[in-house]
Design a protein around this ligand. Structure first.
Ligand code: AMP
Length: 419
């Protein structure tokens, strides 16, 4: 039992790390290009932050949180997402004081007690961005473009961008009433969850996975008939800017977020070949969130993307770069004295940031040479009895098989010249 990691978690093994590092490097590159700065927040927070920041009626808060009481009797929760924490950090550290639009990004693990399956884990990793302090729809377009271009730059095709607007506290109540009225007629056909959503959070019925294909869904009222002028203009402007940037999108009127602090733009990017877990990234505007968490009213928008799912998509298209074996030198020794010389050389090379290794099992020279060839190192640095006496090293270039003897003091410079 203790040799199995908990259900829904995964080790990331050395052979898989290239893909992870690749994605993280690409995240940092694109965020630098768009002017987003990295933030790292604690893995756990006060439970109340997520109850308020995500909302008690959401599945994440009501069913999926890893919550425990710590030894000081506080209720603590492992973060199920990073937006609430980023907003908390923004307020606690007064990042708003500079008076500018604050643009943050994060990469890290999140925790949700969900039913594990391909592309759905209990510990998973997201990267995401948050822009706080600006209501201009240009920020919505910038964020969507960042997510879109990130996935496009990785080489993924069959991506689909879906956008929608969820209105604002001024116009959404009218839409809510329309939905309650409409779905009440189909009350008996709704799933159990949707029956309880009907009064509390009727927008969420629209993105229910269980009821998705039921006939009455297609004719549900659409929000566009209820939008106030401001929300209508905002949504039109986002579309205009995306079109100007040459990005194709679909309007999906069932893409919703049910809570009051979610406003206006909602979007999702899907990688269609992944079927049920096709959402690679999702986000939207949350102009009411900062206030909900205790700050002054501040507009905000962000998205999160799932790294495991992106990796599955990259694997499908064979887009993960090959691991680079970057060992420069493998030291081969014969005899106790040579081993000491080799160990000293190893240490000197490493001090100069040359990637070097040697065999510590005192195997035969032949076995060590085999190991050197397998290691991917560029050079075998051979030290036998003669070399010890001459203070020299026999250098074998493992790519060309060329071999020559040089002074031990020249080895580092030679490896560096040829690395
Ligand atoms: P969300 O925070 O629910 O909006 O999700 C944003 C993205 O995170 C999704 O589009 C997925 O790519 C990823 N994601 C969410 N939940 C999980 C999970 N349990 N396992 C793996 N990836 C997830």
């Amino acid at each position: 039992m203790i040799t199995n990691a908990p259900r829904g978690t995964k080790d990331i093994l050395p052979e898989q790390i290239t893909g992870w590092n690749y994605i993280e490097d690409e995240v940092r590159k694109i965020c630098a290009a768009y002017g987003y700065e990295e933030i790292r927040t604690p893995i756990f927070e006060h439970t109340e932050l997520f109850q308020r920041g995500i909302g008690e009626t959401t599945d994440v808060v009501s069913k999926e949180m890893y919550t425990f009481t710590d030894r000081g009797n506080r209720s603590i929760t492992l973060r199920p997402e990073n937006t609430a924490s980023a907003v908390r950090a923004y307020l606690q550290n007064k990042l708003y004081a500079a008076g500018n639009l604050v643009k943050l990004f994060y990469i890290g693990s999140m925790f949700r007690y969900d039913r594990p399956q391909a592309g759905r884990l209990r510990e998973f990793h997201q990267f995401g961005v948050e822009a706080l302090g600006e209501k201009n729809p240009a920020v919505d377009a910038e964020i969507i473009l960042l997510a879109w271009n990130f996935l496009k730059n990785l080489g993924l095709d069959e991506l689909e961008l879906k956008i929608n607007t969820v209105g604002c506290p001024a116009c959404r109540p009218v839409y809510r009433q329309k939905l309650i009225h409409y779905f009440s007629e189909y009350h008996d056909e709704l799933c159990g969850d949707c029956k309880s959503r009907l009064e509390k959070n009727p927008l969420r019925i629209l993105d229910c996975k269980v009821d998705a294909d039921k006939d009455f869904m297609d004719d549900a009222p659409k929000i566009e008939t209820c939008l106030c002028d401001e929300c209508r203009e905002h949504f039109a402007r986002v579309q205009e800017l995306l079109t100007a940037a040459g990005v194709e999108f679909k309007i999906d009127s069932r893409l919703v977020r049910g809570l009051d602090y979610y406003t206006k733009t909602a979007f999702e990017i899907q990688y269609t070949p992944l079927g049920a877990q096709s959402a690679l990234a999702g986000g939207g505007r949350y102009d009411g969130l900062v206030e909900e968490i205790g700050g002054a009213p501040t507009p905000g928008i962000g998205f999160a993307a799932g790294i495991e799912r992106i990796l599955i998509a990259l694997e499908k298209q064979n887009l993960i770069p090959a691991a680079q074996k970057n060992l420069d030198a493998f030291i081969v020794t014969a005899g106790r004295e040579a081993e000491v010389c080799g160990f000293k050389l190893l240490n000197n090379l490493r001090k100069k940031n040359i990637a070097a290794t040697m065999d510590f099992a005192s195997r035969s020279m032949k076995a060590q040479m085999k190991q050197a060839a397998k290691s991917g190192a560029k050079f075998a640095l051979i030290i036998g009895e003669d070399e010890v006496n001459e203070n020299a090293v026999t250098v074998k270039n493992l790519e060309t098989s060329a071999q020559n003897k040089i002074s031990i003091d020249e080895v580092a410079a030679m490896v560096m010249r040829n690395a």
